[in-house]
Design a protein around this ligand. Structure first.
Ligand code: FEO
Length: 399
């Protein structure tokens, strides 16, 4: 049974939720699910904006049939060819042979490569416009947000921006479609942050360039490919994107990441956290063995100061920590202060190796001396941690 939602008299939401997918892109755990969004504009012409993932294809096709109400589908605009938005593409165009696919040259090549599609195509360029009746579609290219072919569509008459992956979030919708109908900051922000840093975090420069294009537009409604639609307070969401894409921290505080074999490195991390809390410093602690790296990544970007505490393992960095540092480097973490705690029973060297990894990132500066634990924390360790807590708290207060 269709679940069509009316956004306004001419615009319908056709998407659906997947709450069973364990790993988005085969890599990112999404315990709260995800929505795949698609929209139909009904003007003199009918325009479908993107299709959906195979998981919600049947529902989407029912919604599409219902929204069309027997009218032909004139255009299918492809903003992004990643399969979570295109697995239903071929079935949609075969059910609607009357459709002209609207895409850019890069999308057209990908549609051919993924699906062998060589059908009716209208190729568009950056800034080009297409009149569909009372409304105009203006195509705004957004390369690398999140793939090179990505584009957005802006409808100037209504101030609507179809923003592709940008401004989207993990987390299935709970009936409500609009961001202002839910407690977004409480229920979606951590998923939005996780989505941003795992999906487009690497491409801050390209996100900044799209934000500059968006700044010149009168935007009243934002329709992303995942998560709620924005019709109010979009500037709040825009401000988050601006911060994230400039790699700036959201919180003046410390995120402590520890990798511990028998609990002694963990003990040091917990002591440091308590010492920081006593000084009134906002602190978060994460066990890299217990938390997936895709959840650690946004936490590292969120905080201004980071502490990495690792056991030495196989003469190297403990596995979870090694994975975290490699992911932070790949996602271009930069401009952070960090501190290092290492542990080793006979040849501690995780600290030196972590420092080497962190120095490969841009504008990272160490705070305090590296703290070395030989098997278990001692009174000397406690003093060194007290000194580090004082330095971190002072630096946060003054910066
Ligand atoms: Fe939601 Fe880049 O796909």
């Amino acid at each position: 049974m269709q679940t069509l939602k009316k956004i306004n008299d001419n615009l319908f939401y056709l998407g659906g939720n997947d709450r069973r997918l364990a790993l988005f892109e085969g890599a990112i755990p999404i315990p709260r699910g995800v929505s795949y969004n698609s929209y139909l504009l009904s003007d003199e012409k009918t325009v479908l904006f993107d299709t959906v993932d195979g998981a919600v294809e049947e529902l989407f096709l029912e919604n599409l049939a219902c929204a069309l109400g027997g009218r032909p589908l004139d255009y299918l605009v492809v903003h992004h060819v990643e399969p979570d938005h295109s697995q239903s593409f071929l079935r949609t165009v075969s059910l609607h042979p009357e459709t002209t696919v609207v895409a850019n040259a890069k999308s057209a090549a990908m549609l051919k490569n993924f699906y062998g599609f060589e059908g009716k195509l209208l190729l568009v360029k950056e800034g080009e416009e297409l009149s569909v009746g009372a409304r105009t579609l203006r195509f705004v290219f957004a390369p690398m947000v999140h793939w090179p072919e990505v584009m957005m569509t802006y409808i100037p008459e209504d101030g609507i921006l179809f923003s592709a992956d940008a401004f989207g979030t993990f987390g299935a919708l709970h009936g409500a479609l609009f961001a202002d109908e839910v407690a977004f900051e409480r229920d979606f922000l951590s998923d939005a942050r996780k989505y941003y840093f795992n999906i487009v975090g690497k491409y801050g420069l390209q996100v900044q360039s799209v934000l500059k294009k968006a700044a010149g537009l009168d935007i009243r409604l934002v329709c992303p490919l995942h998560g709620p639609v924005w019709r109010k307070d979009f500037s709040w969401c825009l401000a988050k994107y601006d911060l994230w894409s400039r790699y700036l921290p959201e919180e003046r505080g410390v995120a402590i990441f520890y990798g511990s074999v028998y609990g002694h490195t963990k003990n040091a991390a917990e002591m440091l956290a308590s010492m920081l809390a006593e000084r009134g410093t906002l602190t978060a602690v994460h066990d890299v063995s217990a938390t997936h790296v895709c959840d650690l990544l946004p936490e590292a970007f969120r905080y201004s100061h980071l502490v990495f505490a690792s056991s030495t393992y196989n003469n190297g960095i403990f596995m979870g920590m090694e994975h975290l540092l490699s992911d932070l480097k790949a996602h271009l973490l930069r401009d952070r202060k960090y501190a290092i705690v290492e542990n080793g029973s006979w040849a501690p060297q995780a600290g030196t190796l972590m420092q080497e990894e962190l120095l490969k990132m841009r504008n990272m500066s160490q705070i305090g001396e590296k703290i070395t634990i030989l098997s278990a924390p001692t009174e000397k360790t406690k003093t060194e941690l007290e000194n580090l807590a004082a330095l971190l708290a002072e630096d946060i207060k003054n910066s």
